[in-house]
Design a protein around this ligand. Sequence first.
Ligand SMILES: Nc1ncnc2c1ncn2[C@@H]1O[C@H](COP(=O)(O)OP(=O)(O)OP(=O)(O)O)[C@@H](O)[C@H]1O
Ligand SMILES: [Mg+2]
Length: 455
Amino acid sequence: MARVPSLRRRLLTILAVPLALAWIGSGALIYVLALHYANLNFDRSLVETARALERMAHSDAGSEALSPQVRILMESETDDPTWYSVRSLQHGVLAANRDLPLPATPPATGAAPRLESVTVDGQSLRMASLALHDAAADATIIISVAEGLRARRALAREILVGALPVVLLLIAIVLALVWVGVSRGLRLLDPLVEQLEQRRARDLAPLDQDKVPSEIRPLTQTIDALLQRLRTLLELQERFIADAAHQLRTPLAGLRLQAERALADPRPESVRAALAHVERLSAGAGRAAGQLLTLARTQAGEHPAFTRVDLAHLARDYVAERVPDALSQHIDLGYEGRHTGAVVQGDAVMLREALVNLVDNALNHAGEHGSVTVSVAQELRTVVVAVEDSGPGVAEQWWPRLGERFFRPPEAARVGSGLGLAIVLRIAERHGGTLGFAHGHNGRGLRAIVRLPAS
Ligand SMILES: Nc1ncnc2c1ncn2[C@@H]1O[C@H](COP(=O)(O)OP(=O)(O)OP(=O)(O)O)[C@@H](O)[C@H]1O
Ligand SMILES: [Mg+2]
């Protein structure tokens, strides 16, 4: 089973490596600092020892050996023994418990002791040296005191061992604060949760973004966008239901009227007449229902899967299909333009539906012995599909309103459901195109023009 993602776990894993590195880094830093200060301290006492030796040496200057006092001072330390050497530059070593090297640069007589690091027999030592003048023997005496580094390192290590757990404790406190901080931080979301909880199902108003922490805004904005889409969808659905009810009420009332008429007058010819009405009305209702469904489909929220559609090919095929239909109405239906190659990105089923509606209109209005011409052309980056008929056309003032649902020019006969051009307009818009109108050939009839971006 997949683990539920957790902010806490995420944060802690993000922090784990840097904190571990910080722990190691601070350990190194503490050790370096501790060693530095240990060095300062030990160097100071080394200088003190050199000075003490200088004071005592003054009294025994020139003698072969140091006083027993000095010996005890120097040799009593067992942990990190202190080495010394007293040398006359003229007479050689006077006293020493180890063969210490001469300082790299001889110190000036009476100056402060000089400190340096030396290596003797492979052992690293710190050495303090000073020079004094022995007036009795007229000689320069160099006193050097040295000690190993073990004690300094031991001290630094001790400090390190004492400090590391403290740093570790601090890190643990940081992690605990992160743990608690996440819960406390997430409480900022409570108002949002409350806002959503208190909503009623149909309340799709945007969220109150003022109460939302800025980090969460992208999420709430996405939710808002979703709510907006739901609102549109719901409005469409409501409109569809209202439209459907409206569309069905009229033919249903008509059907009832015809049925009553037939029942009231059972003569065969009136029953026949009533049945003819019933047939016409139910066909109209059926068509209206079909048109409503098509309109609903073209308005559906999600984007249809577009493919390459060759409109020339599609239109030519469709015209061929409708020729018998046109012939039965004595209408000359023809196709003009290229045979293939006017390609758009689109939904072939929808585009065909648009063509069906335009050709239906044209055939309905062309009039007996009229003509209908479908043409497809490509103008630069636009594919133009036009359906023209030789009928009475539509007064120019109504063109802008053709495409509204249920709109019919006032003078028009009430034949269809009034949804065809609305469907065409929606389909054109979904394909990034437009629907326009013009007068037909010689100013007669209507020319409906769909422009679509070429692929
Ligand atoms: N080629 C045309 N010539 C004259 N009038 C037209 C033409 N096309 C459309 N109209 C007018 O525009 C109106 C709206 O057309 P539309 O296609 O939207 O609806 P409809 O044809 O009445 O119904 P439906 O197509 O849904 O069955 C029509 O009723 C008709 O009056
Ligand atoms: Mg129509």
